[in-house]
Design a protein. Structure first.
Length: 199
């Protein structure tokens, strides 16, 4: 790659006080839904889905359905000094462009995002779906969000999904994990009322 991609962290200056949070930055008083490397604050109308890898049964992502849009989140190991979001954005842009999609870089309160139209097959026809990618580099972790639905294109609805994203607490743990490796997620012990209002 001839182009130099910044390895600096990409995060809002108020990340430690307004999120997304590291476990060390929050008290244990608030009620959280514990998903392993991610903790979520329950809220009315929020429906939680776990995305499981076929074959292994491993939980690889958490999808939050809220007010007609979806925020899918994943958390990856990173280094203490460097960040991943600048490099990941560059790679996503290249991949989507190679698939025939379009990419526009924007800016939100948490930093740069990618507003994309990605090709997808729906009922045997190729269509384009609007998807917004967001990300924040924390201490030794990188949290990525993928917004789909009306919030991918409507600014006010996207702000609500970013608010959800900022409520997330990341539990990095002390175990050594190579950078870019997915941190482990698990099914919450009390997977009921607080996590879902639907069947």
């Amino acid at each position: 790659m001839s182009e130099s991609i910044s390895e600096a962290k990409s995060a809002p200056t108020d990340r430690s006080t307004l999120g997304p949070f590291d476990e060390s930055e929050v008290s244990g008083v608030r009620p959280y839904v514990d998903l392993g490397s991610i903790k979520l604050i329950p809220r009315e109308g929020l429906n939680l889905r776990l995305e499981v890898e076929e074959g292994t049964g491993r939980v690889i992502a958490v999808a939050l359905d809220f007010q007609g849009s979806t925020l899918q989140v994943q958390v990856f190991a990173s280094t203490r000094s460097g960040g991943l979001w600048h490099e990941v954005r560059h790679q996503l842009s290249e991949q989507i462009a190679a698939q025939g999609g379009s990419v526009t870089e924007g800016l939100t309160e948490i930093g740069p995002d990618l507003l994309t139209r990605v090709p997808a097959m729906v009922e045997g026809k190729q269509v384009f779906q609007d998807v917004c990618f967001i990300g924040v580099d924390g201490p030794r972790w990188f949290l990525r969000g993928v917004i789909a639905g009306p919030a991918a294109v409507e600014t006010d609805k996207r702000a609500t999904m970013i608010e959800l994203f900022r409520d997330i607490v990341v539990v990095r743990g002390q175990q050594p994990v190579p950078p870019r490796e997915l941190l482990p997620l698990r099914v919450p012990e009390q997977a009921s009322g607080a996590t879902s209002t639907g069947a």
